[in-house]
Design a protein around this ligand. Sequence first.
Ligand SMILES: O=C(O)CCC(=O)C(=O)O
Length: 378
Amino acid sequence: MPSLSDAFRSHPVFLHQKHPDLTSLQELPDSYAWSSSSAATTDNSLQHQHHDATADHRVPVVDLDDPNASSFIGSACKSWGVFQIVNHGIPSALLRDIELAGKALFSLQPAHKLRAARSPDGVSGYGRARISSFFPKLMWSEGFTIVGSPLHHFRQLWPDDYTKYCDTVERYQEAMQKLAGKLMWLLMASLGISKEDLQWAGPRGDFNGASAALQLNSYPTCPDPERAMGLAAHTDSTLLTILHQNNISGLQVFREGTGWMTVPPITGALIVNIGDLFHILSNGLYQSVLHRAVVNRTQQRFSVAYLYGPPGNAKISPHAKLVGPSRPALYRPVTWNEYLGTKAKHFNEALSCVEVCAPKSGGLFDVSETHNSSVQVG
Ligand SMILES: O=C(O)CCC(=O)C(=O)O
């Protein structure tokens, strides 16, 4: 079965020159200075001004212990594509431990971190965001991606002390996998899809064989945050992503008609966002939310994203229950690997590359009419 890394092997990303130590810079180098004209698309333009979260404009918070959690999640996914969860069952000590592991990793000396550098055609390891290659300016962040076991890279980073960090990552991966399975069924229930309706969830419905990656992100303090970008606007290729952010805000989501909205840190809460594959599965009903991370002058920010997808051989397509004469299938079937390959090549245009039909208010039209359309956010 093809592995997650195979998708990247055929689309190597050669990242720019060596990563400088961002913490040592007193001024923003030109290569990190974003402006509207340097941004790749309108949606990626640097608009740090954002809307304050009034009651109507707040990313929904869902209590997973609430008997109506599934329908709240459904509404959140239709109108936002993102929500925060509380009472999710992940121990706060584990959230603290993964944050400490990230802090320990990113505070190593630059040359030391490069011992575990990600190769151009690899997925695991230390480096800039893979999406960097789509932008003319660099992002004010560093990342570390883990697919499967962190052992190989952690041995390179901490030859004498890797076991405790491996243990933390493994516990975190296990807990996230369970939570992702639970969220998948809450999402499915909100769409009227039951265990019998989803073959690739496996005979026990536990999504055995699901693929995932863990992405640790660090956003150092920045001398000129208004002109810098932590992580440029993108949608995730996943079914869903579960994000833990420390208590420093920086994540923003784009909402049609409103603009960029900050997702405020809530102690102990996790953020869940819909990815492109779930958007496909829901036949366009649930939004794959466009999001980005901005930086600040005084406090380093960390985040940990659990990027969750289907088993390697599962073809994801609009679910039969969501397709009918008035709503034909909007996308063709794809495996996660195929889709990652498309994303690695076409980035935010990837969804439109697998469209067979595009939604339009009041009806449907052939996608060939609209192939120049930019980011599909819903
Ligand atoms: O750091 C964040 O808040 C966003 C992280 C993210 O979007 C990612 O890792 O893909």
